[in-house]
Design a protein around this ligand. Sequence first.
Ligand SMILES: C[S@@+](CC[C@H](N)C(=O)[O-])C[C@H]1O[C@@H](n2cnc3c(N)ncnc32)[C@H](O)[C@@H]1O
Length: 463
Amino acid sequence: MKLPTGFLNKMKEQLGDEYSLFVQSYERTRAAGVRANQLKISAAKLKELLPYLEEPVPWCRDGFYYNEEAVRPAKHPYYYSGLYYIQEPSAMLPAELLQVQPGSRVLDLCAAPGGKSIQLAARLGTEGLLVANDLHPQRAKVLLKNIERYGVVNAIVLNESPERLAQAFAGFFDKVLVDAPCSGEGMFRKEPEMANGWSQDEVAKYSEWQAAILDVVPLLLKPGGEIVYSTCTFSKEENEQQIQGFIEKYPEIKLLEMCRLWPHKVKGEGHFAAKLKQSGNRNLHGSRETLRVSSKPFSKDTLSKTAEQELDRCSQQVWGNPKKWRNWLPEGGTLVERSGHILWESNALPKLQGLKVLRSGWLLGTVEKGRFHPSSAYALGLPKEAALEAVQRCELSARDEQEKYTAIRYLRGETLQLEGKKWNKGWHLVTIDGYPLGWAKGAGNWLKNEFPPGWRWEDGEKR
Ligand SMILES: C[S@@+](CC[C@H](N)C(=O)[O-])C[C@H]1O[C@@H](n2cnc3c(N)ncnc32)[C@H](O)[C@@H]1O
């Protein structure tokens, strides 16, 4: 593999005796990883379902290695039911290091496409709050899709600048992850074309951006709050030196630990992570005046009569009981109707004003022309009992080749006709081995496909 001379010279200086081992690592096949989504499945159960999974990733309790030359995990209906995320093994480290507990308020500041957000959300469970943000609008949309596919219900997805977030959420978070944009030197083996764009100027440019992002983080933290800063690059300017500059500027921030994953030492690409803690009270520099989020003063459902009746009707069809849908809502939340969207919002979600909000809470569906249309996010966020108790359900199994193919046809958006099967009118939950995939509408011999276009199976997809 051809690497830029300037980069190699820097690495030689940085690594000394280890340099030759580092260079040799570029000739080895890179490692690939899959992480169980604990919101839906345990690591042990996933291992049973996917026998090709190899040994666990040492720094992530839900992660496994697999041989990407032999299997393509994205080409399976289980992937579409959000059971696992395909993630470069080293990228599983930063979210683990943050040690999120249920009930915390967590910010993933540079979150798209969302691998680490989903990992953080799994640690929170249905308690607490995840704010997942990305500056770039298109990437924020991908982030939203992943949050929904992986069944995260207590999240807010934002498309904001760190500065605006700091104004809105001053002193709000227990934990902040800054998985910063970087020169990506650690990804050259995975994405060789990235190496072509390398230059010392790029490193300097990213280093400035990172410093600007980090600069607002102290404002976002509660006293005693913790930060994990991570990159997938080797340069000291973007890593150790960045952290050094940060703690010099903010003496109330203490460095707890720093670690590096080197491709010549571990099965994974290059990664850097630093964990820091804010000690004591921080002067919020008057930003309390601009604080725009606050805890909800009270929690009362705001559903219209029509919306409630429609949800009952859908529930009667799917679960044979008009009130059953309420059983699947996590504790400690409120139902909200906003511009035709029906959402369940955790009471931990603050009021948001003036921010670019892509999603706040769990989208159950929309009411259009007086009719409730359940969303894919609703199906994917349902607990497994909800799927098992559905009476109008198209249950498929990936253990049967024919049924697995039917699931793929469903994911491609095709209308389904299954031999000897008749489908009652109304909503049916489509599941794969008991895990929800999405919705379909019964019409006698046919099941009309309600799987949304932007979520569909793509035949050309590499993974
Ligand atoms: C390394 S990627 C994040 C990967 C993500 N954490 C994951 O695990 O899927 C960095 C992200 O930062 C975003 N970004 C760049 N500048 C930003 C800024 N000033 N504020 C917030 N996000 C930013 C980029 O759009 C990009 O999606």
